[in-house]
Design a protein around this ligand. Structure first.
Ligand code: AMP
Ligand code: MN
Ligand code: MN
Ligand code: MN
Length: 300
């Protein structure tokens, strides 16, 4: 059993690395990639736990990226991501997230008297998001419910809204290449159906190495059409549950939702071949040529 997409407390999962690995081992997972949002912070601890429990742990992360005017998620896999300079580049969107949250907090405080600290208190150990600002507004009686908080203040176009930080898919691809790794477009099934084909085509044009075919939110029809698409383009096909622990209780590590994540071993073999054949720094030097590029992309 293979699961190439899972989160820990380092982003918005509920599990510590050892808890994630214990859940994976219990489910029968043999190969697990830890793919926290915009960080590789939990990889080492997850791997250490994996060594104790007999689960192989691959290094990964899930970058928040933009292609055209749309936000997509890009999974990066590769040992080179753990190199300090690349781990730092992976964290760009995350560091931008704190700036963004502070900007939202300032706006909201001017509007309602409820700000960053209130939302941070609601978030506790979780990665702060607009959902926590919304819950803080509800808790303090500024709005009746979360939906109203988004409608009045937090949704795009409303007065406390600040766009989420991201990197371009092109930069995500360059970062993966610099790490000797690969970039995979995550869960196309979460894109609006009307624009899915266009956004996927743009991501392929930007040079992603593969597409996530098996995912908790992909039905059989979508899996079939994505499988055909990657075969047509000679790309990697990956899959994973997108496990978030108790924050997404329907999603099981290793198997997804109702057993819809079943990654064939041949695809893992193809991924391993790609990771083995590209030594760190051997391909794609776009970021090396533009070392400060990643610093400037926060609100793109
Ligand atoms: P962020 O990543 O900070 O942009 O916040 C995203 C969070 O806000 C996610 O948990 C979403 O489910 C939640 N969210 C976004 N829009 C809405 C909405 N209109 N109503 C309720 N929750 C929302
Ligand atoms: Mn998440
Ligand atoms: Mn995602
Ligand atoms: Mn994810």
């Amino acid at each position: 059993m293979i699961d190439l997409h899972a989160h820990t407390l380092a982003s918005d999962g509920s599990d510590r690395p050892d808890e994630l690995v214990a859940a994976a081992a219990t489910a029968g997972v043999e190969v697990l990639a830890v793919t926290d949002h915009d960080t590789v912070e939990a990889v080492a601890a997850t791997r250490a736990a994996g060594e104790r429990l007999g689960v192989e742990v691959l290094a990964g992360c899930e970058l928040t990226a933009t292609v055209g005017d749309r936000v997509v998620h890009v999974l990066l896999y590769g040992e080179g991501l753990l190199e300090p300079d690349l781990a730092g580049a992976v964290g760009v969107a995350r560091r931008g997230r704190d700036e963004r949250n502070r900007a939202i907090g300032e706006r909201l405080e001017r509007l309602t008297g409820i700000g960053y600290d209130d939302a941070a208190a609601v978030a506790g150990d979780c990665v702060l998001s607009r959902a926590h600002f919304a819950r803080a507004l509800v808790a303090r009686g500024a709005v009746a419910e979360v939906a109203e908080a988004f409608d009045r203040y937090l949704s795009s176009g409303r007065p406390a809204y600040v766009p989420a930080p991201s990197v371009s898919v092109t930069d995500a691809v360059a970062l993966a290449a610099k790490a000797g790794g690969v970039a995979v477009l995550a869960h196309p099934g979460r894109l609006a159906a009307a624009e899915r084909d266009r956004v996927v085509a743009q991501a392929l044009e930007a040079g992603v190495d593969g597409v996530e075919v098996w995912h908790s939110q992909h039905d059989a029809d979508l899996r079939r059409s994505l499988d055909a698409l990657v075969a047509r383009h000679g790309l990697l096909a990956t899959g994973g549950s997108d496990y978030h622990g108790r924050h997404k209780p329907d999603v099981r590590v290793g198997t997804g939702t109702g057993g819809n994540v079943t990654v064939p071993g041949e695809h893992l073999a193809a991924l391993r071949d790609r990771l083995a054949s590209a030594g760190p720094g051997c391909v794609g030097s776009a970021l090396a040529e533009r070392p400060n590029e990643a610093k400037g992309v926060i609100y793109r």
